[in-house]
Design a binder for this molecule. Structure first.
Ligand code: PNS
Length: 166
């Protein structure tokens, strides 16, 4: 069984993530969407909410499992689960510059390869951070996130570390 991981904060999951995960599912027998926790980071959504949004939006795809990644090394996570590849979407050359040392490190640490999928042109400008900022400042984000995520973003209180509208 060829098992891959798509790791990330998914705070929240957006259409660019979904497109890369769907393509990964076409390449591997099983894809684990590993939702990370980094206590130095301030998240908009709890780990449970981030996982629930990912599960809701990926429910129709076969061979995808959503799991918490924990706080440890991704390389160790891969080693323990028999994961042979990390799949990452690349939006730009700066994504590549950021990802390349991590890919090399993960291969050295656990022999796990990183597979880069070029982001679909329609999604190259998307990031969770930008989507949250546009949302908080009153912009329309309905083209960028699945419906269940949109509902939560519109329903929730804006985080205190971003400027409020008005
Ligand atoms: O969505 P993000 O926040 O860009 O995801 C980053 C993530 C989770 C992929 C990255 O921070 C990561 O790999 N964290 C695990 C810690 C780790 O293994 N660090 C060493 C990387 S070589």
């Amino acid at each position: 069984m060829r098992r891959a991981v798509c790791p990330g904060s998914f705070d929240p999951i957006h259409n660019g993530h979904l497109e890369v995960i769907a393509r990964a599912a076409g390449l591997f027998d099983e894809v684990i969407v590993a939702v990370s926790t980094n206590y130095a980071k301030k998240y908009r959504f709890s780990l449970e909410d981030r996982m629930e949004m990912a599960r809701e939006t990926l429910a129709s795809l076969r061979g995808i499992i959503v799991e918490p990644m924990g706080e440890g090394l991704l390389a160790e996570y891969c080693r323990h689960r028999g994961i042979s590849a990390i799949v990452k979407g690349l939006r730009s050359s700066s994504d590549f510059d950021y990802e390349l040392p991590m890919a090399t490190m993960n291969r050295q640490l656990a022999g796990v390869e990183t597979v880069f999928l070029p982001a679909e042109a329609h999604y190259v400008h998307l990031s969770s951070t930008l989507i949250k900022e546009v949302n908080v400042l009153g912009g329309d984000i309905s083209d960028f996130v699945p419906k269940s995520v949109l509902k939560r973003l519109l329903a929730g209180e804006p985080p205190t570390d971003l400027p409020r509208k008005g």
